[in-house]
Structures are given as structure tokens and as C-alpha cells.
Design a protein around this ligand. Sequence first.
Ligand code: C2E
Ligand code: CA
Ligand code: CA
Length: 279
Amino acid sequence: AKMLGKNRCVSFNLKYIEKLSRKSDLEYHLKRLNYEEELQVYYQPQFSIPNKKLIGAEALLRWNNKDLGWVSPAEFIPVAEELNIINPIGEWVMVKAVKQISLWNNTYGSGLKIGINVSPKQLDHKTFVPNLKKVMEENAVPPEYIDIEITESLAIEGEERIKQIDSIFRSLGISISIDDFGTGYSSLSYLKFFPFERIKIAKPLIDAISTDHYDLQIVKAVIILAKSLGIKTIAEGVESQEQIDILVELGCDEIQGYFLGRPVPADQFEELFLGDSIT
Ligand code: C2E
Ligand code: CA
Ligand code: CA
């Protein structure tokens, strides 16, 4: 038993060291990040239901480093936040995404909305609002085509955040979605105070709606609640027709997920989801 204890201790330390060295690798390469060479924005389609009409795309960041290979944003975004480089990275994504939606809407007449993920830290930056405004103007993108996705955990930070988001919303006229709704902290009461346009129901809740009675009831309740507050709902991580059928029945407004389309580079998005150009 003593031996086992010792081994466990050793393997725990090794894991810990591995984790630390992975993190310092990420830091090393993030500090030397060549934006245009290493970063790319992928786009995942969003559809209204039941008609499965394309309504927009979420911009998802991709990092391909020559030493590290592909690194998931779920892994490197938190590190970029710690290194205080989430502002330039977020801005880079914002510019690419706004330009892309402008091009698509002009070429295809599609009236698509672009969903852009924004870290809470970016909101604190004084240049966030003016810069977003500037890119929107430069590319002639009206505010109804811009949707900012903010994670739900942000909603627990309190009244200051509410005021901040409210002022961004008002000064720009863009819409704001709560990302990953239903995971992490519960913030039902904040729905009352936020100027949110849309709730993104988190994938873990959607995963089991066809098999788990409780998850089904929770999603049902979220949709009813949102409807009664005049907030739209989009289901994330939809992977089957069965899930779509249930979501249609529950009155969910929109869906996003591998079943209807994975995140892909802009040229592939065009081939897969955008029809003939209007010109
Ligand atoms: P998220 O905002 O919740 O994005 C949805 C994630 O779920 C994406 O992972 C997407 O590829 C994945 N996904 C979508 N549909 C399905 C599905 O049907 N099945 C499965 N298994 N997965 C699906 P991704 O692209 O790896 O992004 C991970 C997270 O990184 C994002 O979660 C978001 O929080 C963050 N992120 C990505 N791009 C940015 C960015 O530009 N800025 C910031 N601040 N965060 C970003
Ligand atoms: Ca998101
Ligand atoms: Ca999400």
C-alpha cells in the first residue's frame, strides 16, 4: 500500500510538471505569434428551424504553430488572456470576421449575421467599442449583422458588467448572445437585467435531450423562459436529426452543430453553404 501511495505521488508530480511545461510552451509561442501566418478564422453555420435556413456563422479561431501543431482555442485562449494578448488577438478575429461577413453579404445578398466570441477582458479595453465601430463602418456592415457572444460566467460578475454590456449594446446597436447557457453558474435572474438578444443553450445540455428525461425538461424550461422574456434561443452542438426534431417541437429558434455543418475555412464555407452569387 505504501508503494502504491508513493507511485501515485510520483505520477501526480509528473502530470503536474507536464502541465506546467505545456503551458510554458504555449506561452513561449504565443509571445512570438505571427498572426497572419499562424492564425485562421473558421466559420460554423447557424440555421433557423424548422426551415433549416442559413442565418449566420460563428467565427472560431484556429491556431496552427509549426512546432506545436494545431492547438485548440479552448486551450490557448485562457493562456492568451493571462499573457494579456487577448486584446490584439480578439481584435484580429473581429476585423477578419467583419470583413468576411461584409464580403459574403455583398456577394450573395444573404443577410447573414456573424457571431464573434469576445472575452470579458476585451470589454474592459477602452478601444473595444471604437474599434468595432470603426471596422463596421469601414466595411459598411449594419449592426444587425453583428452578434457578440459572451460566456455566461460573465453574468455573475455583477452590476458593473451589466452596465458595461448595456452601454456597448446601446452605442453600437449590435446584438449580444449569452454563450454556453446552462453550464457553470446559474444566472437566471440576470436575464432580467441584460439586454441579451439570444441564449445559446450549451452542448452538454443538448447532448442528452433524446435520452435523458431531465435534460429534456431543463432545455424545455429554458426555451419557455426565454420565449416569455422575448429572448431567442439557439441550440449548440446539435449532432443528430433526432435532436433537431425535439428542438423543433420545443420551439427552439435556431441550431448550430456538426450535423448541419462543422466549422470550416471561409472558402469552404462558401462552397458548402452559400449559393450562387447575385452578381
Ligand atoms: P464556443 O464558443 O462554445 O464554441 C463552440 C465550440 O463547439 C467550438 O469549438 C466548435 O467547433 C464546437 N462545436 C460546434 N458544434 C459542435 C458539435 O456538433 N459537436 C462537437 N463535439 N463540437 C461542436 P472550438 O472551435 O474548439 O472552440 C472552443 C472554444 O474556444 C469556444 O467555445 C470559445 O469559447 C473559444 N473561442 C474560439 N474562438 C474564439 C475567439 O475568437 N475569441 C475568444 N475569446 N474565444 C474563442
Ligand atoms: Ca461561442
Ligand atoms: Ca458555446
